[in-house]
Each structure stands twice: as C-alpha cells, then as structure tokens.
Design a binder for this molecule. Structure first.
Ligand code: NAP
Length: 276
C-alpha cells in the first residue's frame, strides 16, 4: 500500500528511549515520522501518528528490510536522523577488543550502513538532510571513554566528508554534538569495559573514582533533552543548516576550554573532573 504524502518523511534510528523517542513524538506533529528501534516490544505509549518499524543498526538485513518498506510506502526520505548509539566506560587496558569493536559496530558502522541504504531515497529530491547525533566526545576527549570517544570521532570524520561530497547536489549533512543530557545513556543503557571491575587492573582504583565522579557529574550537570529536540526541529526547518551544532552549556564550555588551553593543561582539568 502506498502512503504518498506532502509532509516531510523523517526516518529516525534508536527510538525506544532518550533523544530518539522525544524526536519521534515532537516531529510527528508536523511530519511523517518513521520511528525505528531494534525491539518493537519497547514502544512506550504508541503514538498513532508514528509509523514504527524494526531496525537494528548492526544488522544489514534488518536495515535493508526497513528501507525497502519505506521505499514502497513513501518512495523517498527527506530527513535521516542517525541517532542510535550507546557508550562504554572503562580505561583502554580494561576494554577488550570486542568491547571496542561492538562500540564501533553500533555508533560508527551502524550509521555507515543505515546511511548507505537510505541514500537512494535521500537523493530523490534536492534539500534532503542527514542529521548525525554525534557528541561533544566526538570533538573533545576524556579518560575512561576511549572506545566511545573514538567511535564518535569517526562519526565526525565521516560526517565532515559527507558534507563535502553531498553539498554540491543539495543534500545537507549536519552533526549535532550534545554534552550530557538526561536520557538512558548514563543509566539503564550504560555499559562498562570487560575488565572494569578487575582488581588486578592497574586502573582498578581509578575506575572506581571514575564511576563516583560520573554519577556526581551526571546528577549535577545533566540538561533537559528537549533542548536537543528544539535544535533538531530548527535544523529540519532551515533551508541551509550549518554543519556543526554544539549543544548544551557543558558541551560549549568543554569545547571552548579545549580550544583556548594548551593541551597538557586541558588534560589536567579533564582528568581532575573525570577521575578526581
Ligand atoms: N544523552 C547524552 O548525554 C548524549 C550526549 C552526546 C551524544 N549522545 C548520543 O545520542 C544518541 C542517543 O542516545 P540517548 O542519549 O538518547 O540514549 P538512550 O536513551 O540510551 O537511547 C539510545 C537508543 O539507541 C538505541 N540503540 C542502541 N543500539 C542499537 C542498535 N544496534 N540498533 C538500533 N538501536 C540501537 C537504543 O535501543 P535499545 O533500547 O534497544 O538499546 C536506544 O533507543 C546516541 O548516539 C548517543 O551517543 C547522547
């Protein structure tokens, strides 16, 4: 059955919680939203204006099946929001190769594969948009988050290159770099390195302090995710959005600190904040 409409067609990944859930509910007020998640059982308060589809960003078959349905139903995608992701905490030595590969499979290759599959539908019309949910960790850095940080630096590198490649044909690429916002990323969806709690690790004590400080930072500094929702709505309605949006007081502060301070001083401050 075809559902051709004049409304914008927006596809979002990772919509079972956090930003993805909020984007879906807000954007569905004015656009046709395809809200995807890897487990459709996780739909909370089904919204009749939203089209829910299964999509696991680490599973090529699931991506292709989802895009095929969208192609048959709507024939195009106006906005792709690559949002699905998670963070794994832990010092580099305590992360297994698998911990790091899995982090990249979701945060980087997931985004790569969804974008590749969606491009034929995104390039049907001029003025379509790809919005990648990166992180301040994709521009800055901190201890005990090397897997997450490097996966987001990869997202930033790719996004900048895609901006260069697609701007000439009228497909806009934007990257959003949020600081800490109140979603499930720091709670139920947080993951720790395989050897995070290993007493023989040289980082055992530092890891304990990292968790304590992370909990303190999270309580003190987490911002309202609606700020990011407003920004996404603004980008979608702009004719010519910018490439980079750093969002949240903490992210802007960290970004400025990194720009103005010599790196060794920046590192001392970041170590103090994260490890104590
Ligand atoms: N909140 C922040 O402070 C913050 C800051 C900077 C960047 N970000 C970025 O924002 C994005 C959204 O995170 P969030 O903060 O909203 O956290 P969240 O509440 O934990 O949401 C993450 C979403 O990603 C989904 N996801 C994880 N792996 C997936 C996969 N293989 N396939 C499809 N979906 C998958 C999760 O689904 P399940 O329920 O199935 O796990 C969940 O819906 C992430 O890319 C994150 O890195 C967040």
């Amino acid at each position: 059955m075809s559902h051709k409409t004049n409304k914008k067609i927006i596809l979002i990944t990772g919509c079972s919680s956090g930003f993805g859930l909020l984007f879906s509910n807000e954007l569905s007020k004015s656009s046709t939203v395809i809200s995807t998640m890897r487990d459709l059982q996780k739909i909370s308060n089904k919204n009749k204006d939203i089209d829910y589809l299964q999509l696991d960003v680490t599973n090529t078959q699931s991506i292709n099946e989802c895009i095929e349905i969208v192609k048959n139903k709507y024939g195009k995608i106006d906005v792709l929001i690559n949002n699905a992701g998670y963070g794994i905490g832990g010092f580099f030595e305590d992360l297994s190769e698998e911990d790091i590969r899995k982090q990249f499979e979701t945060n980087f290759f997931g985004l790569v594969n969804v974008t590749k599959a969606a491009l034929p539908l995104l390039t049907k019309n001029k003025g379509s948009k790809i919005i990648n949910i990166s992180s301040i960790a994709g521009i800055s850095s901190s201890p005990a988050l090397s897997a997450y940080t490097s996966s987001k630096w990869a997202v930033e590198g790719l996004s900048e290159c895609l901006y260069h490649e697609y701007a000439p044909i009228g497909l806009h690429v934007s990257s959003i770099a949020p600081g800490p916002f109140k979603t499930n990323i720091y709670t139920s969806n947080a993951k720790l390195a395989t050897n995070f709690h290993n007493k023989n690790s040289r980082f055992y004590e530092s890891s304990k302090r990292f968790l304590i400080n992370q909990n303190k930072l999270v309580k003190k500094y987490l911002e309202d995710p609606k700020i990011v929702v407003k920004l996404v709505l603004k980008i979608i309605n702009m004719k010519n959005p910018k490439y980079r949006y750093i969002v949240g007081k903490n992210a802007i502060f960290e970004y400025i600190l990194k720009q103005v301070l010599p790196f060794n001083l920046f590192s001392k401050i970041i170590n103090k904040l994260f490890i104590g």
